[in-house]
Design a binder for this molecule. Structure first.
Ligand SMILES: *Cc1c(COP(=O)(O)O)cnc(C)c1O
Length: 370
């Protein structure tokens, strides 16, 4: 049996190890140390914003951004129904209510028309999610936000380096939130960051992440904050990872191309990630959407037996137990969730691995057609 081909794996090397060693030797292993500010300033520069504030994970980044913008009870925040649960949880942590709207069939990202329809007098913010590496339609979303006076927080946890009309995601809204979990485009083990051009917001984020401590007076806490700080060890890995980001994104795009060429002949049976004219997709996960939903579990089982790991798309969040009472009918999210599969997309994959995976997918459908 060949070794299992995984959906994702981190791409780590000597540089990460050397930086970690430096951090250990220096003794600075908590949230002070040379790597934290270095990682923040280099990440801000990469995204094309003035400020980046690191956090202990991506969920904390989302929550901190919402908290710093003053979200509270009775407020409503519009989020796509098809996303990872953290997007909605972050809203709930502030006391506000997530309003789930449908996504688009081609980009899998939030549908601006559905967003506009969901705006009420209580709406305070929109969280577009750049799902699986494709940017949401930001111009349309920003137009709605300006018209109604809403904040836009981009959930860019799956889309480091993705572009909307040549501008990187995370630089388009009031704030962008990223995750550096081990399966994300770059990783710090656990980790997150918030990007923004707003100095006041950046200062507020820094204060809140550090227990609400005043900048000028030690142990003087202005407000109830959080301990959401990133460690110097995480940042040490992040600094090394950031040097590889362009290579990693190029590899993700190459892997997608290998799949696309291989699976072209299954055109009537499944579709792959799209890339809109306005977009640079970073293909965090090359994914397929089957026409026939009854084949999804069968195909996943079949590939599992061939040592190929796959993952189903997220469930629509409003189907999950904590959110069921907010259930709205979002037909496209339901459609995609029933048919979508993430294929192995780790940056260590070689062409022969993708060829093998595609051969197995084709042999599965060949048998189905008999
Ligand atoms: C990974 C992810 C998050 C949360 O990041 P963590 O670092 O795991 O807390 C949030 N939103 C989306 C869309 C994600 O994929």
């Amino acid at each position: 049996m060949p070794k299992k081909i995984l959906v994702a794996e981190p791409f780590l090397g000597k540089e990460e190890l050397n930086n970690i060693k430096k951090a250990i030797v220096s003794g600075w292993i908590s949230s002070k140390g040379e790597f934290i500010e270095k990682f923040e300033s280099e990440f801000a520069k990469y995204i094309g914003v003035k400020y980046a504030v690191s956090t202990m994970n991506g969920t904390a980044a989302l929550h901190l951004a919402l908290a710093a913008l003053g979200l509270k009870k009775k407020d409503e925040v519009i989020v796509p129904d098809l996303t990872y649960i953290a997007t909605a949880n972050a809203v709930l942590y502030t006391g506000a209510k997530p309003i789930f709207v449908d996504v688009e069939k081609d980009t899998w990202c939030v549908n601006p028309i559905a967003v506009e329809k969901a705006v009420t007098a209580r709406t305070k913010a929109i969280i577009p999610v750049h799902l699986y590496g494709h940017p949401a339609d930001m111009d349309a979303i920003l137009r709605i936000s300006r018209k109604h006076g809403l904040y836009v927080i981009e959930d860019a946890a799956e889309a480091h380096g993705a572009e909307y009309q040549k501008r990187k995601v995370g630089s388009l809204g009031d704030a962008g939130a990223f995750s550096f979990y081990a399966n994300k485009i770059i990783t710090t083990g656990e980790g997150g960051i918030i990007t923004t051009n707003n100095k006041k917001l950046a200062d507020n984020l820094k204060m809140l992440r550090n227990q609400g401590n005043s900048f000028s007076k030690r142990y003087w806490h202005e407000v109830v904050g959080y301990n959401y700080r990133m460690t110097n060890l995480q940042a040490a890995v992040g600094v090394a990872q950031l040097k590889k980001i362009d290579f990693l994104i190029d590899k993700k795009r190459k892997i997608f191309d290998w799949y696309r060429e291989n699976l072209e002949e299954l055109n009537g049976v499944l579709s792959l990630n799209q890339e809109k004219k306005f977009a640079k997709n970073v293909y965090w996960m090359t994914s397929i959407v089957l026409n026939d939903d009854s084949l999804k579990d069968k195909l996943m089982d079949y590939l599992d037996k061939k040592s190929i790991e796959t993952r189903p798309f997220f469930y629509p969040v409003d189907e999950l137990p904590p959110y069921k009472k907010n259930k709205i009918n979002n037909p496209i999210s339901d459609f995609l969730a029933k048919r979508g599969i993430n294929l192995p997309s780790g940056t260590r994959l070689e062409k022969k691995d993708v060829d093998y995976i595609c051969r197995q997918i084709k042999s599965f459908f060949a048998v189905q057609q008999k």
